[in-house]
Ligand binder design. Structure first.
Ligand code: BGC
Length: 739
């Protein structure tokens, strides 16, 4: 058939018109799809609030679908895999979605200092410095970067929920999980964990804070009853959670294994409903620690929303309880609403996780920078540090594995190192960040030699013929164990003594999860606390040793002189026959078998040592720099919110970052320990530069918790405000009356 002839002009005009019209039609078409979806699935409308969207979904759900949202589906390696195990992503647990309504599966992964089990799942994640290390930076921006990195890497590995966010304060420094938490002060810990979680959740993963609450020792953790007064709880352990939750609104809070004042945390109405949901207005869901659920009706009524990783109590049994009217439909709906709300609020529905490749180099860079800000210089005498490249010609690097790696923290926090199979439970894992290589690279031409320290004599010999000896000492800790004491293990104290005797220019770099005692302290010239320093720990430490970076971190926990000085000279021992960690679940009607009495109450960490007049090895808030700072001009202006101004000056010859700490002493009638941290400010100052700092103190931080009225109250009277660079170096002091 012959086509009618059209003028070229007409053809061009039609083509041009179609170019204009096509996108309009396209847009109209996709808009009509959108409208149709909004009509069928009104919860996809992002203009609605997370609560409204959750309610719209809830209305459509069957009883079975609701039950699916409130329990787990097993954990790889724990018991027999479920028929639906293939739906998991290799993480600690998952919650089924409702595919017909467009609700995704919640894929959870542990992620304390990085995404767990990556090696095991054929993937890779960055290990950041441990959580207690990150607290030593006292830096909310660093905390945010920490969370952002983990959030990104979770999503790249197909997870949309983190199980990070440890917020237990350090009541018991021998607790094997101290490295997963943020130190001993509730305001410091709460502020940092809150900023970390806010930024992690902003990557569109459901955030989490754990272990709620007072799970402060691992020994017998599934059977222990933590006994503590309400006042001490609210002013210390719970305050850290309150602040962190207030800053980040996490999608979830994980209730802990232990009991608290008689009731297991995951069925403790006071903890879950009265405080968390009512007093603090928490809108997310409470997820049980793994197999930390003990009942159906009691736990549900107390405020547990989601059982993990199984369905022993919140599966069939909960369904039956709802049918029998033992758990009301409204109560179940509240659990489901909270789970759905967290999914909408975090954005995992609007921005589904896409698997991708982790930015390895970017992660290294962040890990190194954060480690530099987290490593605390504890001692520097005889001008040993920073190492002077013009004077030092030979360096001895001593310590087990110091030629190839640095130790990391174990348990469910464990991040797998690259290039090898996943770590086994409680395996000691060394990250391939080599102190020997990092130090050598920074001093070309010098002789840098290694000795493992296995033979003290040979280590001492090497130290003797070197200008400087650097001992890398380690203390491995993990979930599922407490330390017998705070000594360095494996006779490392003796090794350090021998090396220091051979060469007084000895520097000890500590790779520890918590405080350690230092019987050799007087004999060495330098000490650096590098904690578990992460993927690029060795580079960070080397940069600090040579002064390429000026140390700025300060201790987020006290280093006591000996275990005899801590509130409980012995860790409370489990009853004979108590089950160990992971040894199966306790039956539903089980009672705790032993207690730990936290009679020291609010006197946690430095508050204890202050109140008891016990000298310490290194105080809370302590940390040296290669420069010096002076403090002056404190003015306190009382008011509804008390404000302080003061000036900090860098009086040394190097640029640095100073953390200025503010403490308050309450009136004697408040019955509080001598002082508490109420604020701080971290600033960079060039040599000679000064800065006027202005801080407003949250009135709650100056208040006490009054059990008789179940509320916070400011005790009228005279308050002292003290400012300085450590809890025991506070040159500025001003008293004011507060009403
Ligand atoms: C730990 C939790 C962890 C969970 C899942 C438990 O043993 O206490 O912190 O999130 O396991 O791995």
């Amino acid at each position: 058939m012959k086509m009618p002839r059209r003028s070229p002009f007409l053809l061009a005009a039609i083509a041009a018109l179609s170019l204009i019209i096509a996108p309009i039609f396209g847009r109209l078409h996709s808009r009509s799809q959108e409208v149709e979806q909004k009509q069928n699935r009104p919860w996809t409308d992002t203009r609605l609030s997370a609560d409204e969207r959750a309610d719209l979904v809830l209305k459509e759900m069957t009883l079975d679908e609701k039950i699916d949202l409130v329990h787990g589906n097993g954990m790889p390696g724990w018991g027999k895999p479920r028929p639906n195990a293939h739906l998991g992503n290799g993480g600690a647990g998952f919650v089924l979605g409702v595919a017909r309504l467009g609700i995704p599966i919640i894929q959870m992964s542990d992620a304390a200092y990085g995404v767990r089990s990556s090696g095991e799942n054929g993937r890779y994640s960055t290990a950041l410095p441990s959580n207690v290390a990150s607290a030593a930076s006292w830096d909310v921006h660093a905390a945010c970067e920490y969370g952002e990195l983990i959030g990104r890497e979770l999503r790249a590995q197909g997870y949309n929920m983190t199980l990070g966010g440890g917020a237990n304060i350090t009541r018991e420094p021998r607790n094997g999980r101290t490295f997963e938490y943020m130190g001993e002060d509730p305001i410091l810990a709460g502020t940092l964990v809150g900023n970390r979680m806010k930024c992690e959740q902003a990557q569109h993963v459901i955030g989490d804070m754990k272990h709620y609450a007072v799970n402060d020792q691992e020994s017998g953790r599934n059977e222990v009853d933590s006994i503590i007064s309400k006042r001490a709880l609210r002013e210390s352990d719970l305050l850290a959670f309150e602040i962190g939750i207030g800053i980040s609104n996490p999608g979830a809070v994980m209730c802990s294994y232990n009991a608290l004042n008689g009731d297991y945390a995951c069925e403790n109405k006071y903890l879950l409903t009265d405080v968390l949901k009512k007093a603090w207005g928490f809108k997310g869901f409470v997820v049980s620690d793994w197999a930390g659920t003990h009942s159906t009706v009691k736990a549900s009524a107390a405020g547990l929303d989601n059982e993990q990783p199984f369905d022993q109590f919140f599966g069939e049994k909960l369904k039956e309880a709802v049918k029998a009217g033992k758990v009301s439909a409204a109560e179940l709906d509240d659990h489901v609403h909270r789970v759905l709300r967290a999914e909408f609020a975090s954005g995992i529905i609007d921005y589904p996780a896409q698997k991708g490749v982790v930015d390895v180099e970017g992660g290294f860079e962040t890990a190194r920078r954060l480690a530099e800000q987290s490593t605390v210089l504890l001692k520097n005498s005889n001008g040993v540090l920073p190492l002077d490249r013009t004077k030092v010609h030979s360096i001895a690097i001593i310590g087990a594995h110091a030629d190839m790696g640095m130790i990391s923290g174990g348990g469910s926090a464990q991040v797998d190192p690259p290039g090898r199979a996943g770590a086994k439970w409680q395996e000691h894992v060394w990250f391939p960040t080599s102190p020997l290589k990092a130090v050598s690279a920074r001093i070309p031409g010098a002789s840098v030699q290694f000795d493992s320290g296995a033979n003290r004599e040979s280590a001492a010999e090497l130290a003797k013929k070197s200008d400087v000896a650097i001992v890398f000492a380690h203390q491995w800790t993990s979930e599922g164990m407490d330390l017998p004491n705070l000594s360095l293990p494996d006779s490392q104290d003796g090794l350090i003594e021998a090396v220091a005797a051979a060469n007084p220019s000895t520097v000890v770099v500590l790779e520890t999860g918590t405080a350690v005692t230092m019987p050799w302290l007087e004999k060495v010239s330098g000490v650096m606390e590098a904690w578990y320093a992460g993927s690029k720990g060795a580079d960070a430490v080397a940069n600090l040793l040579f002064g390429d970076v000026n140390p700025s971190a300060k201790l987020p926990m006290t280093f006591p002189r000996s275990e005899a000085d801590v509130p409980h000279p012995q860790v409370a021992a489990p009853a004979p026959g108590a089950k160990g960690v992971g040894e199966g679940m306790r039956p539903g009607d089980a009672k705790p078998t032993f207690s730990v009495h936290y009679d020291e109450g609010v006197k946690v960490g430095y508050k204890w040592y202050d109140a008891e007049n016990k000298p310490v090895l290194f105080p809370f808030g302590y940390g040296l720099s290669y420069t010096t700072y002076s403090y002056s001009g404190l003015k306190v202006t009382p008011g509804k919110e008390t404000t302080l101004t003061f000036t900090v000056k860098n009086t040394g010859s190097r640029a640095g970052a100073e953390i200025a700490e503010v403490y308050a002493a309450l009136p004697a009638s408040a019955g509080e320990p001598p002082k508490r941290l109420v604020g701080w400010s971290k600033m960079r100052l060039n040599s000679g530069e000064s800065r006027e700092v202005s801080l407003t103190i949250d009135p709650k931080y100056l208040s006490i918790f009054d059990e008789s009225t179940d509320g916070w109250k400011l005790v009228p009277g005279e308050y002292s405000f003290m400012v300085g660079g450590s809890s025991q170096a506070l040159p500025l002091n001003e008293k004011v009356m507060l009403k």
